[in-house]
Design a protein around this ligand. Structure first.
Ligand code: ATP
Ligand code: MG
Length: 332
């Protein structure tokens, strides 16, 4: 079994956030990005196949695919997409511009990119690797201390994470074999990489998280970080307390009746979610032996910058203040 890591999460070079669709991977990526930047790390959030949501949650408009966009001091976001990453890679390895343009425009190339199994996934991870290792030409320093990979939903992210190994096994010693070996080295190095599982405490996401834990530890043998459990309800009242509110029908004023009925309905819903979450939190404790952080359900008409700010404070306390302001870019 992979050894879980703790407070040194931000000392990794690459954090990979995986989980079922819609559970909060992008939200958690933003929270970790903000905290890493606060701790003095030059951080890049790389949102794979997303719709620019990471930028929006940080109060910015999404930028051009493949281009880093600064959203805070020390924090940037980037949308990463396989075919754009392949085009960029070709530009790095093919020095003649004219040839590249011809290749990219050709129908054979377009067909090849669409049809080659796993190519886009491989190029995406290649782009992430490139950013994690990138040295800034002007300063000679690393462009990023930390890259946070906001992965697509579970099934697809397994394809991303397994592609480098598969490519290495097929091609072994050629160019592709050597390049993919470098990706495998990064992904499987517990000093540089940690995979975080993101889930909500509900049936399907929990089942996927448990399955993912098995595949990550057994098949892919990747180093694991934290289990983040998002949107947790914790009502501090139960059915008995709600019953004590009495029957709204006894109220004379129809407005009071409607209000009381609505309060009771919402309270029941909250108590119901609390009970569901509690049972799946227990299941996670039994089946996923990783350090866990619970993030509360935040009520808001529209989930955005403010809600992210509230959750950052929770995450900060949960992860502990260790390592804070100790990075080389820390501000006083
Ligand atoms: N703690 C929270 N409380 C309430 N709502 C939340 C919370 N975290 C996330 N959400 C809401 O849940 C939805 C999904 O969040 P997010 O986009 O982070 O998930 P995702 O896993 O990245 O989704 P996808 O798989 O589509 O990329 C969003 O609409 C967001 O508004
Ligand atoms: Mg997302």
């Amino acid at each position: 079994m992979a050894k879980p890591i703790r407070s040194d999460l931000f000392d990794r070079r690459l954090l990979v956030n995986v989980g079922k669709g819609g559970v909060g991977k992008t939200t958690v990526s933003c929270l970790l990005g903000l905290l890493a930047a606060q701790r003095g790390k030059k951080t890049l959030i790389a949102e794979v196949d997303g719709a620019g949501r990471a930028a929006r949650l940080l109060g910015a408009q999404p930028g051009e695919v493949g281009m880093a966009q600064t959203v805070r001091p020390l924090l940037s976001v980037m949308s990463v997409e396989g075919s754009a990453a392949l085009a960029e890679y070709l530009q790095i390895i093919l020095p003649v511009k004219r040839v590249i343009q011809a290749v990219l425009a050709s129908r054979i190339y377009q067909y090849f990119v669409a049809a080659a199994p796993g190519l886009k996934e491989l190029m995406t991870i290649g782009k992430i690797w490139y950013e994690a290792e990138r040295i800034d030409d002007a300063s000679g320093e690393r462009s990023w201390d930390l890259v946070i990979l906001d992965a697509p939903a579970t099934g697809h992210s397994m394809q991303y994470l397994s592609m480098p190994r598969a490519a290495h096994e097929v091609f072994r010693s050629g160019l592709v074999g050597r390049e993919s070996q470098r990706l495998v080295d990064l992904l499987s190095d517990p000093l540089r990489t940690a995979v975080n599982l993101i889930t909500t405490a509900e049936e399907m996401p929990v089942n996927e998280a448990i399955e993912m834990y098995g595949r990550l530890t057994e098949d892919l043998q990747m180093p694991l970080g934290y289990l983040f459990i998002n949107r947790v309800h914790r009502a501090e009242f139960d059915e008995d307390a709600i019953a004590q509110l009495g029957d709204p029908a006894r109220l004379a004023d129809p407005k009071d009746r409607a209000l009381a009925a609505e309060v009771i309905r919402r309270a029941r819903e909250e108590a119901g979610w609390t009970a569901i979450n509690a049972s799946y939190l227990q299941k996670l404790r039994d089946c996923v032996p990783l350090p866990a952080v619970e993030l509360p359900y935040v009520y808001a008409e529209e989930f955005g910058v403010e809600q992210v700010r509230d959750l950052v404070a929770v995450m900060d306390v949960a992860l502990g203040a260790s390592g804070r302001r100790s990075g080389k870019h820390a501000r006083a």
